[in-house]
Design a protein around this ligand. Structure first.
Ligand SMILES: [Zn+2]
Length: 344
């Protein structure tokens, strides 16, 4: 089959790789219908040292079950399924606590011996715990929104949930990437009435407004902080959803959070430490968030996607076929595209 292999910074290729087959009785094989490129795929795309062998990449996909191992129940050939961005048994103590990202028997797509999502098919370890069956056909118009359940929508939701967003809490979302926009959508869905989106790409912040942002702050740094404070009577917001992962975004988060408030970060941190000095101590600021256990949220978010009350699939603004994946990376890295959908 054909699948995406990253060989180094700026070097993504679509190559022939072995067809996936069942290796463990807990495996399934899924033929991929849709996958996509994640903002976090851009980190290795920007900095991975060159490698002759390369490694498989892609961790968001949905597809059709082709084959299931003897110990997999509840899934049969022909089922349309979505996979969260890590695989997990969904039965161990961490999974039962809703922390499938810490599963004792789980792992990452694209790890050695494991297929990546950006390909024609995937061997799914721990298939029964990992895959969620979708009540749609292979040609459903909802596929982009359903694919967002793999990562970007649950990640935005996790950010809002861990920050404690509710109808009585004001919200600042930092970052107008796909996760930031999904955090806006999630905050709106949880009832927040004031949602300030900090982002400077108008097309993206326009989608943010459509998703529920009440205010947009395009300024950055001190100017941006002053704007958010102006919009909140000088205090900042109860919750801050940090969806970037760079140091200036974290500094802004601390500067716009209200005393007693909570910062949640889901932007994969590209910095070594966070400000937690005497000033934040005096203001009783809580820092939370982390990698999102997407699997824990899929069943909760699925009905709203199926009913169309939320449309997270709107974050996809470009579609490529498998051969177009390298150009999809280029377009996302160049910020020509917000998020690229791959039609396998
Ligand atoms: Zn587990």
């Amino acid at each position: 089959m054909r699948a995406t292999v990253i060989h180094g910074a700026g070097d993504v290729r679509v190559e022939d790789v072995p067809d996936p087959t069942l290796r463990e009785p807990t495996d399934a094989v899924v033929r991929v219908l849709r996958s996509c490129i994640c903002g976090s795929d851009l980190w290795p795309y920007g900095s991975m040292p060159a490698s002759e062998q390369g490694r498989r990449i892609g961790h968001e996909f949905l597809g059709v079950v082709e084959d299931v191992g003897a110990e997999v129940s509840g899934l049969t050939r022909g089922d349309v399924v979505v996979a969260p961005f890590v695989w997990a048994d969904n039965t161990c103590d961490f999974c039962r606590e809703g922390l499938q990202t810490s599963c004792r028997h789980g792992g990452n797509w694209g790890a050695p011996g494991v297929d990546g999502g950006q390909g024609e098919a995937v061997r799914v370890p721990q298939a029964q715990g990992t895959l969620v069956k979708l009540p749609v056909g292979e040609d459903s118009a909802l596929l982009p929104g359903l694919l967002s359940l793999s990562d970007v929508f649950p990640t935005g939701h996790h950010c809002a949930v861990t920050a404690g967003v509710n109808p009585r809490k004001t919200v600042t979302v930092i970052g107008d990437g796909a996760v930031g926009l999904c955090a806006v959508l999630a905050a709106k869905r949880l009832g927040a009435e004031q949602i300030i989106l900090m982002g400077r790409h108008k097309q993206r912040t326009d989608l943010g407004r459509e998703f529920g942002a009440t205010d947009v702050v395009a300024e950055r740094g001190e100017e941006g902080v002053a704007k958010v404070r102006e919009l909140t009577g000088g205090d900042g917001t109860h919750t801050v959803l940090e969806c970037v992962g760079l140091r200036p975004a974290v500094e802004t988060a601390y500067a716009v959070v209200r005393a007693g408030g909570t910062i949640s970060r889901v932007g994969a941190p590209q910095y070594p430490d966070v400000p937690a000095d005497f000033g934040t101590f005096l203001r009783n600021v809580t820092l939370t968030g982390g990698v999102a256990p997407a699997r824990a949220y899929i069943e909760e978010l699925l009905p709203d996607v199926l009913e169309g009350t939320v449309e997270p699939g709107k974050v996809f603004d470009r579609t490529v076929d498998l051969d177009g994946v390298p150009d999809g990376y280029r377009a996302m890295a160049a910020r020509e595209a917000l998020k690229v959908l791959v039609r396998a």
